[in-house]
Design a binder for this molecule. Structure first.
Ligand code: 6R9
Length: 682
């Protein structure tokens, strides 16, 4: 399971094989002599002469490194007295204690002082060519009005506001308005169903929800407000729903609803920022784990913001004046860190992408790059694989000469997609950074850049740890593997400021999931391979989490829904390798005795249930009805066997002697063949 996937020396792009790295070297080569030009704080770090020694310093002198970065890159209301106070084995993580700051001031006010008319947001609306630019001054004013409105309507420091909106300036203003008044936010991806939304609102105990009347995506209108109405019925804590208008179509308003834009007009454009402690909660973001219940990952103020800002600047070589194009939805951590917090903390210009890669046609991204003059493009392998299939002409039609860095995130990027991204999209000019990280890590942890300007980049490998990150591999006996090459469970040996602090209302689950598997280390749940050069390649999850188009979903979450169907006795869901989505969802379903529903009807019913209770992306691509599931004598479903059947690796079925009844496997193999021959995945 930890095998390196296709990393051959043939695929390695070295500086000599590839002209981009030579030119990169020429442009940035000078900092080799002057590391302080690259990172001003480094002038005060003893013995730091080049990138490698800076990385080493950041790990071995992490307190000095992070203290210097926090002092120079954040604006503090009150300085911190303790850099870090952490004990990973007990799940205790505190950074910059004693310090007070306001995240919205760091993202807005300080830039308004220096360049109020600089563009903060470019809202790339679904309708191509209708982008809206928002300056720092405008974004601050909108945020203040909204902050005042929330305060007037009773939202207090420490409350948690749920935001159910597509990427748009008002969504960003909502996040920042919460930060301004000291409330936490809980952004829920606007593709989630009413039930999934309700579960997250309840767990976050929100009394306020912010939404829009309707969403618009790929030319289609979605009834977001109606979804909120349905969700709120099951959420006794909700007292008010603020509704903004994304389209001109009026929607039915209930007694709880507030016309957000109308009310904002009544508010002042100045809003006193709350002084927040470094370790107060900034936001919750729900993500999937290996149980059926999503986890509300907790991030706090100063450490998160600093880490998002530093990674944004250095991984992508972001320079002042650049236009940063992260196409992730704000409902995911990538949207939080690299559409909102990182770029805004750096005073950058960031794109909010509302559409899809193929709307109105497969040239959408590159037409946007040309029109908005995007300098850094950050997207997901699933989209790259999809676009690759449409052919190079959709890319070549457009001028991409502004591009300087291309980024990839969310799942492993296969060599073919990486090469296409590099050669066709980037014209062989732009470094491609395959960035590994998680909702829990807050920001990018393993990435080819920053590194020495002439350092090689290997396709499909995240490669090198970011500043302050010390990755290690654990073997199956729980011992740290020190040799290379090696495979193992990926852990991080030291705390860093951007890491999650807890799981909302369940700190014990935080400890059990991340701290206890390998005491003293942060356990990521991913497997990795380390090459003989010491480069990391992520090989996938080790737990029952699958990754569909870069979106995490727990197999247990899907099973929970499937099992709710009256006709279903039990089920087992696994991920399988999918050409475009990275992983697809494959469900094995055992029906109750005596059920005589048509399988096709049942499949459709199950798909509807999953999309209604979770989201469309979680729907099974294949549903195989089976008589029995392979189980051990103690009754545990052997998903390993099911995976091998679907991977057609019958030689790899392994030891079946612990199975209660090995003949089930033959039935399943036969059923799988039949299903594959008659059904195309949806
Ligand atoms: C940022 C984000 C995290 C999981 C992570 C891993 C997978 C993310 C990856 C990658 C291989 C990369 N993942 N980046 N796998 N190479 N460059 O995606 O957060 O939604 O929490 O997912 O995604 O399995 O553990 P999140």
């Amino acid at each position: 399971m930890w095998l390196p996937c296709g990393c051959t020396s043939k695929a390695i792009v070295t500086s000599s094989a590839c002209p981009v790295f030579k030119s990169y070297f020429r442009v940035f080569g000078r900092w080799k002599c002057n590391v302080a030009a690259f990172m001003p704080e480094a002038a005060g770090f003893e013995g730091v002469k080049d990138f490698s020694s800076l990385q080493e310093f950041s790990v071995s002198n992490s307190e000095s490194f992070w203290a210097a970065a926090a002092r120079s890159r954040l604006s503090w209301i009150r300085p911190f007295h303790t850099v870090q106070h952490c004990d990973l084995s007990r799940g205790k993580i505190k950074w910059f204690e004693g310090g007070q700051l306001n995240v919205s001031v760091n993202c807005l006010d300080r830039h308004v002082h220096t360049s109020p008319e600089r563009v903060a947001l470019i809202w790339e609306r679904d309708e191509p060519g209708s982008e809206v630019k928002v300056t720092y001054r405008e974004l601050l004013e909108t945020t203040c009005r909204l902050g005042n409105l929330l305060r007037r309507r009773g939202v207090k420091k420490g409350d948690c506001v749920t935001i159910y909106m597509p990427p748009c300036p008002l969504a960003v203003a909502s996040m920042l308005a919460c930060a301004r008044i000291g409330a936490a936010h809980n952004v829920v991806f606007a593709g989630f169903s009413a039930e999934a939304l309700a579960e997250r609102i309840r767990d976050a105990e929100s009394s306020t929800v912010i939404t829009v009347n309707q969403g618009v995506r790929a030319g289609k209108v979605t009834e977001l407000k109606r979804t909120v109405d349905a969700a709120v019925q099951d959420c006794p804590t909700v007292q008010q729903v603020l509704v903004a208008m994304r389209t001109e179509n009026p929607v039915a308003m209930t007694a709880k609803d507030v016309d957000m834009e109308e009310e904002m007009l009544k508010e002042d454009v100045v809003c006193e920022p709350a002084a927040m402690n470094s370790e107060d909660v900034l936001f919750l973001l729900y993500t999937s784990g290996s149980t059926g219940k999503p986890k509300g990952v907790v991030h706090t103020q100063a450490g998160y913001l600093l880490y998002a800002a530093l990674t944004h600047r250095y991984v992508f070589s972001y320079q002042d004046g650049d236009v940063f194009g992260c196409v992730a939805d704000i409902g995911w951590i990538t949207g939080h860190s690299y559409s909102v917090y990182g770029p805004l903390a750096n005073g950058g210009t960031t794109v909010l992408f509302e559409s899809t890669p193929i709307y109105p046609d497969p040239g959408r991204y590159w037409e946007m790059v040309q029109r908005l003059k995007i300098n850094q493009f950050y997207g997901a392998p699933t989209a790259i694989r999809l676009l690759l299939k449409y052919g190079d002409q959709w890319v070549q039609k457009y001028d991409r000469s502004t591009l300087k860095t291309l980024g990839s995130v969310g799942e492993p990027i296969n060599t073919e997609a990486w090469e296409w991204y590099y050669r066709v999209v980037g014209d062989g000019r732009c470094p491609v950074v395959d960035t590994w990280w998680q909702t829990e890590t807050g920001g990018i942890c393993i990435t080819p850049r920053p590194s020495d300007p002439d350092a090689e980049i290997v396709p499909g490998m995240a490669m090198r740890p970011f500043f302050g990150i010390k990755p290690i591999l654990m073997d199956t006996k729980g011992k740290v593997v020190t040799s290379n090459p090696a495979s193992g469970a990926l852990c991080i040996a030291k705390p860093w400021p951007g890491m999650a602090r807890s799981i909302h209302n369940n700190h014990q689950r935080f400890i059990e999931t991340y701290c206890q598997p390998h005491p003293g280390y942060f356990f990521t749940g991913d497997g990795a391979y380390r090459s003989k050069e010491g480069y990391y390649q992520i090989t996938g999850r080790l737990d029952d989490v699958i990754n569909v188009s870069g979106h995490r979903i727990g197999t247990a979450e899907i099973e929970d829904v499937v099992n709710q169907c009256n006709a279903v006795a039990e089920s087992a869901v696994i991920g399988y390798s999918h050409d475009i989505k990275g992983q697809g969802v494959y469900a094995f379903v055992v029906l109750k005795k005596g059920v005589d529903d048509q399988e096709a009807d049942l499949s459709q019913q199950l798909n509807i249930m999953v999309s209604k209770k979770i989201a469309k992306y979680a729907c099974p691509d294949f549903i195989q009805f089976v008589q029995r599931l392979p189980k051990t004598r103690s009754g545990k479903i052997m998903r390993r066997v099911l995976r091998k059947v679907v991977e057609r690796d019958l030689n790899g079925l392994g030891d079946l002697s612990t199975l209660d009844d090995p003949s089930t496997v033959q039935e399943i193999i036969q059923g799988h063949r039949e299903l594959f021959s008659k059904q195309k995945p949806s």
